[in-house]
Design a protein around this ligand. Sequence first.
Ligand SMILES: *Cc1c(COP(=O)(O)O)cnc(C)c1O
Length: 412
Amino acid sequence: MKMPQHGRDWSEVKADMVARGGGDAAWRDGRTAVYVFNAGEDVSSVQHEAYGMYMAENGLGPLAFPSLAQMEKEVIAMGLELLHGPEGATGAMTSGGTDSITMAIKTARDYARANGRPREGANIVLAQSAHLAFDKAAHLMDIEIRRVPLKTDGSYEADPAAMGEAVNDATIMMVGSAPSFPHGIIDPIAALGAVAAKKNVWLHVDACVGGYFAPFARMNGVPVPPFDFEVPQVHSMSADLHKYGYCAKGASTVLFRSEALYEYMPFDMASWSGAPMKTPTLAGTRPGGAISAAWAVMNTLGIDGYREKQGLVCKTRERIEEGVKQLGFEILGNPMLGLVAFRHPEHHAFAIYGEIYRRGWFTSVTKEPPSLHLMLSPKHADVVDAYLADLKASVDAVAAGKAGPKVEARYS
Ligand SMILES: *Cc1c(COP(=O)(O)O)cnc(C)c1O
């Protein structure tokens, strides 16, 4: 496409955009279980309006926009309260989970350097199921990643003892997930804490997909084990607002147990031609809308609203677990939140994936072991029966040798 010499009317451009979306994954009707968190029209309209109100404002300028600075502070305070942040705990909003994880690693690295750890050979110890954002950030900072196999007891949990063995004097961080993305399983954070304490290593909990879910699940009676700052050895956490916080995209939180740890995060510089600038995270300009929309969604839902939504998601996951078990699938481990992965003892999950995809469902897979993967939202409560019927037809097609051509399951 070439830029048009004369701009077109907005109405025409808008119609063009609507038409382009016609080929995208159908998420509005619940037939997508990855990428989008559909909490319904009410939440969506708050996101839109609240984003628009501060869309031009810039989170880079807290002096110009004390409104945004205060909203960010309050979002962090709400997050810390949910996640047992002790007195003095603090943090910042970032653009997403990858950003939060990158900043936590940068902070842990600078803390390690300031505390006499060797600069050479710096490494991070994490489970095979931890998110690849750690590898990406480590690549940026030239840090070694040490992935450790999961426990072999069928729990799909990180193995604290094996991880401890991978730690050396250049380890700047150990990681636990709450939950892991591929399996939706909460790692044994308390046991990881014990190992981290023994080895004197920073422990980060990646609660990107569970941080704004697990506290409410627990309030609803789900036996969620300690996973947050309640575990005294947890130094930092990542928790995404734009996932189960149901906030507009571009919003996550990175949290630290104390101001003394947080101090290693911001970049503060005056030695250039411009005025001094201090930025807490990777970004310079920060979209005001992402901050204001997060603040607005949290304030309109409140604890009751989140409890209701997460309760619905848990109920939906239980219905799906029951239905897929009846079709012969096995659930991986003991999922408690909104993610679930399941495999079939006879038929390859990726073949079934192709069939369910052809029937109009955009879902996902886990590679180790080959499984179907769902990330559920409140909207999915409406489509459980339709999904299970299509899943049955998919399994039947594969069993009858009538599967269509292979569909490759990748994120991108
Ligand atoms: C989604 C996710 C991330 C990365 O978050 P983005 O917002 O996609 O950058 C990291 N860890 C876990 C466990 C996640 O689910």
